[in-house]
Design a binder for this molecule. Structure first.
Ligand SMILES: Nc1ncnc2c1ncn2[C@@H]1O[C@H](COP(=O)(O)OP(=O)(O)O)[C@@H](O)[C@H]1O
Ligand SMILES: [Mg+2]
Length: 454
């Protein structure tokens, strides 16, 4: 998927999968119609060809696979950037399984023998090519710098892309909210890339990671001799973002006493270095991000209201991965393709069960978790296909266990709490805040689920 940009130059390349010599060979006719046709005689061969070429369309004799049908299905399911068209004999279409596979993975099918309908097949292949090209273009946010590619075609992400374009051109602070690992920094960079400040630097500061006694000098800089140890003048983060974008990550973690200094900068557009007397104008676009609910922090007195309003002129919300529908699978495949070379040997895709597990998992760590799981899976994987076990998602696979809605809710609650605790090193206050409940409620829930000693 990363090499999509080169794909447009490849011309109308088509993969023709003909697993049985008994099937009528249509390759020559299709080639004569202006396609570059490569023929694969089995699934392994198809995978190899797919790895080395950019096909938009795949034409498959689907009833030639016999016992290998499940492997073939994995091929189609893993290569969904390709528009697959099926060829099948009328009697095969009576098999429920074959119909389901066509229905789930193919854009169209033709009944064999095809003799009379070649023109119709050509026109379908042409349409399939057009649709696959459109799909590939919209799968990636165009015109963003390659390293900051944002993958997404879900309605949520489309609307986010529209908002990014809108706010980028306006010279006012932006506040990005969203859970950790959802791509807030990526969004900030996308805003910067499209803004008037683009030629300037993008300076990212993690407000939660600044050493408490040095926050002021880190942000505003200091003059030589300002305090013991200040042997040289230091330019702070804000000043270094002059002419560009200042990205204040985890702004909710900025100590209260520091918030007033930041507010002053936002109001006046000038800073003073620690120990300095001169007021220095700094022109920078401020983009802040938070994974905590800042308006709630304001209500609870942990965040200044005036600063909140200053930062929250424009806002963007980065949706959690579990709410992005089809993007979950898209991202899994995107990162699979990016890391597959790390595996050091041929790995072809995800097993059907792995794809199910990916769909079923809640992704509390969002895209970051996806990247980690896929990367690890490629290292762990022994076979040619990534399994749920390789992804560490074996318990996500439907065990066929019937449960009531109430039981499912209980189980989800317990799992979410366990994950929050793990993420926050078992710190109760932080976990409670992340879960949006009070400490008292969290303690009660820990006892209820028998997690109290964890
Ligand atoms: N839409 C996306 N497409 C591709 N990669 C993404 C997307 N969103 C996030 N990522 C990747 O996920 C990781 C976490 O993103 P980041 O911006 O650091 O999240 P946050 O700041 O919200 O914690 C990064 O490696 C980022 O490149
Ligand atoms: Mg971040």
């Amino acid at each position: 998927m990363t090499d999509l940009k080169g794909a447009a130059d490849e011309g109308r390349a088509l993969l023709y999968v003909r697993p049985s010599m008994q099937q009528e060979d249509l390759g020559g006719l299709i080639q004569a119609n202006g396609w570059k046709v490569d023929t694969a005689s089995d699934i392994r061969h198809a995978h190899r060809l797919l790895d080395g070429n950019c096909y938009r369309v795949g034409l498959v004799h689907i009833d030639g696979f016999n016992q290998q049908l499940p492997d073939a299905e994995e091929l189609f399911a893993n290569r969904d950037s390709i528009a697959w068209v099926a060829l099948a004999h009328a009697e095969s279409l009576k098999q429920g399984n074959l119909c389901r596979i066509i229905h789930e993975n193919f854009v169209d099918y033709f009944t064999l023998p095809i003799a009379a309908g070649m023109n119709q097949l050509f026109s379908t292949l042409g349409h399939a090519y057009g649709m696959a090209s459109l799909r590939q273009q919209s799968a990636l946010e165009p015109a963003s710098a390659d390293d900051y590619e944002m993958v997404g075609t879900s309605a949520q992400m489309r609307s986010l892309f529209v908002s990014i374009r809108k706010v980028a051109g306006v010279d006012a602070p932006v506040l990005i909210s969203g859970e950790s690992g959802t791509g807030k920094e990526l969004i900030a960079r996308a805003v910067h890339e499209r803004s008037l400040h683009q030629p300037g630097p993008f300076v990212a500061v993690n407000c939660g990671a600044l050493p408490e006694n040095l926050v002021n000098s880190e942000l505003f800089g200091h003059e030589k001799g300002a305090f013991t140890g200040a042997t040289q003048r230091k330019i702070g983060w804000i000043e270094s973002a002059h002419g560009g974008t200042l990205f204040l990550d985890e702004i909710g973690d900025l100590p209260l006493e520091m918030q007033v200094n930041l507010l002053r900068f936002l109001q006046e557009g000038t800073i003073e270095r620690v120990g300095g007397t001169q007021s220095i104008p700094v022109n920078t676009r401020v983009v802040a991000a938070t994974h905590v609910d800042l308006s709630r922090a304001v209500r609870e007195g942990r965040f200044r209201e005036d600063l909140f309003y200053r930062l929250n002129v424009l806002n963007l919300h980065s949706p959690p991965l579990r709410e992005r529908g089809e993007d979950i699978e898209l991202l899994a495949k995107f990162y699979f393709n990016r890391f597959r070379v790390d595996a050091g040997r041929q790995v072809n895709g995800f097993t059907r069960k792995a794809l199910d597990a990916i769909r079923m998992h809640g992704w509390p760590g969002n895209v970051r978790e996806m990247i980690n799981r896929v990367r690890r899976a490629l290292v762990m994987c022994d076979g040619r296909m990534v399994t749920p076990l390789d992804l560490g998602l074996e318990d996500q696979v439907d065990t066929g266990l019937v449960m009531t809605l109430e039981q499912a809710r209980e189980e989800a609650e317990a799992r979410t709490i366990r994950q929050a605790l793990t993420r926050n090193n078992h710190n109760i206050s932080r976990s409670a805040r992340e879960l949006g409940v009070s400490r008292v409620t969290l303690y009660r829930l820990l006892h209820k689920h028998g997690l109290a000693s964890e």
